[in-house]
Design a protein around this ligand. Structure first.
Ligand code: HAM
Length: 435
């Protein structure tokens, strides 16, 4: 049996990197005043069809949709902006008309699977509702760039403006005029009539589009001025970017400034993308609310993050002989309890007699216990084999519990890094841990 085409199991290093990226994003965006939002994975189809555009690739070809038992059309969400706007209109706009939210979660698109493109993937997205000024666009791009820098991911940024309802219709007419006699793929034939800007994003007909004039020549004064202001703010913030006048986005809700971030080694798959969508909230039933946002693909960013896992040994493993089993488990319980109280209760004035390394050993031990603690679960297994296991699993310390330890009410602490071994009495350990 296999996973569904375009999906895969995440495990090991890649999972570690994803968890790292997601938890870094959570604390990063929270620290900037974004609030986390979790919307359902399933939504009514209408949330996406008109908002993303009936002629967008997603709506035309890529939605996982099905009819629910009550006859309603339901989809697995292909992106996070439309659901966030649905939530904003239903709830958030009443409490806080100006809001910054972020979300982390799986999205589904029935695309042709290839490197960097899956049918289930994850996005970390940010949306800023009620922010209409160029400062907000620049801030958003800056924040995206800062986050990628904070996780050590290089990137280049492309910037453009896709115009607004004042200037875009003139540009659309121009595209239609240019493409009048050009042979186009079936999708683009439909787009040419109803949404010609979408043709510019076509992968099939790219070579036939070179002659089309640039949108820059059609911008209204407002779009031009906003684009220039965003550019100048970005320069002030030392964010480098390239103006790509051919950049259009695959979704219909964008107006004004749009952007895409790429890794220098992959100019095909954007890692992060977004822009302004000033009319979407109104379109979905809310009050006019200028907004902007972006989403990054977790899998695409993770490809370029370094392994941040600490190398080297950590944690404590408890090994014991059969006769010392109960005593070993009581130590396991004592140390597990100690993990529930904070390290600030440690009392460093305890210098136990006869302990090699004294307080330093106890401090390292208790720090290790907090990271990882486990006990042998096969009492019949010999001590030697338990030690081998702890070594293979990269534990820092093994606590050895046998007859002598039971008699002396202590444990032998073997440091697998240095190789030395010391007896620690439980009364000293308890005192040090403050339990
Ligand atoms: P998008 O460009 O469709 O925009 O997707 C954003 C990011 O999600 C892409 O740059 C890419 O990293 C990742 N992504 C998209 N499709 C796939 C896939 N099949 N496999 C792997 N990664 C993928 C949006 O979704 C907008 N909602 C972004 C936005 C938020 N605009 C405003 N606010």
């Amino acid at each position: 049996m296999q996973t569904v085409t375009g999906t895969y199991d995440v495990f090991g290093d890649e999972l570690e990197k994803m968890v790292f990226l997601e938890s870094s994003a959570r604390s990063f965006f929270r620290s900037l005043g974004f609030e986390e939002l979790r919307t359902p994975v399933i939504e009514y189809q209408e949330v996406f069809v008109k908002t993303l555009g009936e002629l967008s690739d997603i709506v035309m070809h890529q939605m996982y949709s099905f009819e629910d038992k009550d006859g309603k059309a339901v989809v697995l969400r292909p992106e996070g902006t439309a659901p966030a706007v649905r939530f904003y209109v239903e709830r958030l706009c009443h409490q806080r008309p100006r809001s910054k939210v972020f979300y982390i979660g799986p999205m589904f698109r029935r695309e042709r699977p290839q490197r960097g493109r899956q049918r289930q993937f994850h996005q970390i997205g940010c949306e800023m509702f009620g922010f209409g000024q160029p400062e907000a666009d620049a801030y958003l791009i800056y924040v995206g760039s800062l986050f990628l820098r904070s996780v050590g991911v290089e990137h280049t940024i492309l910037l453009n403006s896709v115009g607004c309802p004042t200037c875009r219709p003139r540009y659309s007419d121009e595209i239609r005029r240019h493409l009048k006699d050009v042979e186009l793929c079936p999708d683009c034939l439909r787009r040419r009539e109803r949404n010609p800007l979408r043709v510019l994003d076509c992968k099939v007909d790219a070579s036939k589009l070179e002659e089309i004039p640039l949108i820059t020549d059609f911008w209204c004064d407002d779009c031009r001025s906003k684009f220039e202001q965003v550019s100048s703010h970005l320069s002030n913030l030392s964010v480098s970017f390239t103006h790509d006048p051919r950049l259009v986005r695959g979704l219909d809700y964008y107006t004004g400034v749009v952007f895409e971030f790429y890794h220098p080694s992959d100019q095909k798959n954007a890692m992060l993308a977004g822009g302004r969508y000033d009319f979407l909230v109104e379109f979905m039933g809310g009050k006019p609310t200028p907004s902007c946002g972006f989403a990054m693909g977790v899998e695409r960013v993770v490809r370029f993050t370094q392994d941040h896992r600490e190398s080297g040994r950590n944690g404590v493993f408890i090994a014991y002989t059969q006769e010392a089993r109960d005593f070993a488990f009581s130590i396991f319980k004592m140390l597990s309890d100690a993990r529930l109280v904070g390290p600030e209760t440690h009392s460093s004035d305890v210098v136990p007699d006869g302990v090699g390394g004294g307080v330093r050993l106890l401090a390292e031990l208790s720090e290790s216990i907090r990271r990882r603690l486990d006990i042998n679960l096969e009492p019949q297994r010999g001590l030697r084999s338990q030690m081998r296991h702890a070594d293979r699993e990269n534990y820092r310390f093994v606590l050895i519990v046998g007859r002598e330890e039971v008699e002396k009410e202590g444990v032998s602490v073997r440091d697998l890094e240095g190789g030395d071994q010391h007896m620690v009495f439980l009364r000293d350990f308890r005192k040090f841990l403050g339990i």
